[in-house]
Design a protein around this ligand. Structure first.
Ligand SMILES: Nc1nc2c(ncn2[C@@H]2O[C@H](COP(=O)(O)OP(=O)(O)O)[C@@H](O)[C@H]2O)c(=O)[nH]1
Ligand SMILES: [Mg+2]
Length: 325
């Protein structure tokens, strides 16, 4: 989702700017008096990747209820400091409903990044604890690029785990991706060098304990040898403080983005938010199924809000944008 704010002397003028820049499908999130008291400030969004699987069904609702947003954040065990900032931001927004109010607040607090659909300048190196879903995520990333017509190479460093090689070989075959094995750092550098330039390259690593310095060193070395961008893979659920500490550790090896797995198998997402915040990670995608034919779900502020709200009582209101009369 692309969010933009427009300030103009009048509402019709602001709407005209919205349409000029974002086109006719723009969604108006809020309108409020401009900060200097003159004119109006309109915040609009263009949904470029609707996240239907994350969107709960719900009746169309009207107003914002800070009580309901507070209740939802409490349910998810969102840590107090973040809770206060989100509620403060939601209260300050003039939004049409809870999902848009919380979405606006989340947009101010978190960074969102789209998962790739084409080769990236540097390989991705997936890092995370054992069993987090790294291998499944590596396959889903390749699948996304393949579906968009791109080509992909999968490099596995996990050549030891029992059944691991069979798992990833099956994934690579199913996806039509090249599979290379790199049991050590030297082999990794060679494998990356052997990948064609027009391939999206993802490196799958052995699970790492975020509280073990040797494991983290191993990941830093791998990222350096591969010239790769580490991307953290963490499962949803879990204690918020634990998630935050693990995230901060993975941020130390240079990770800047987070893919959250197993959102189908968790009920509380305070840990996810804590991890993103503690690691200063861009929220890139969620996985809601072990099946590699189920695509990664890109995050955006409103889809994240809907994930947090109980059966979000709204659907995005598409306001017709008319010329000033
Ligand atoms: N329910 C669910 N299971 C998942 C998801 N992602 C991965 N898994 C399962 O979690 C287990 C560990 O995944 P794997 O990719 O091998 O984790 P790795 O050790 O980090 O490489 C496997 O049984 C996967 O099928 C997900 O989004 N939802
Ligand atoms: Mg694995």
């Amino acid at each position: 989702m692309r969010l933009r704010s427009f300030t103009a002397k009048s509402l019709p003028e602001a709407m005209r700017r919205v349409r000029e820049v974002l086109g006719p499908d723009a969604i108006i999130l809020s309108s409020q008096p401009a900060e200097d008291g003159r004119g109006v400030r309109v915040t609009a969004a263009l949904e470029d990747s609707p996240l239907e699987p994350l969107i709960h069904d719900g009746a169309t609702g009207g107003a914002v209820s800070l009580d309901e947003i507070s209740e939802a954040l409490t349910y998810h065990r969102v840590p107090p400091a973040l809770f206060d900032r989100l509620i403060g931001a939601a209260a300050a927004l003039t939004a049409k409903n809870d999902a848009l109010a919380l979405g606006g607040a989340l947009d101010g607090e978190f960074i969102f990044a789209a998962p790739p659909e084409a080769p990236t300048p540097r390989p991705f190196l997936l890092v995370g604890p054992p069993g987090a879903g790294k291998t499944a995520t590596a396959a889903k990333l390749c699948a996304r690029v393949r579906l968009a017509g791109g080509r992909a190479s999968l490099i596995t460093m996990d050549t030891v785990k029992s059944g691991g090689l069979a798992q990833i070989t099956a994934f690579a075959q199913a996806l039509g991706a090249e599979l290379l094995r790199a049991p050590d750092i030297d082999a990794l550098a060679d494998a990356v060098a052997a990948c064609p330039e027009d391939h999206f390259v993802v490196v799958d690593t052995v699970g790492a304990n975020p509280f073990d310095a040797e494991d983290l060193d191993r990941l830093s070395l791998a990222a350096g040898a591969a010239g790769a961008d580490p991307v953290v893979v963490l499962p949803a659920g879990g204690d918020a403080a634990d998630c935050a500490e693990a995230a901060a550790a993975f941020a130390e090896v240079g990770a800047r983005s987070l893919i959250v797995t197993k959102i189908d198998a968790a009920r509380r997402f305070g840990g996810l938010l804590s991890a993103a915040q503690a690691g200063r990670f861009a929220l890139m995608a969620a996985s809601a199924s072990p099946n590699i034919s189920d695509p990664l779900l890109p995050f955006n502020p409103v889809s994240l809000a809907r994930l947090l709200l109980p059966a979000a009582a709204d659907s995005i209101q598409r306001l017709p944008i008319r010329e000033a009369g």
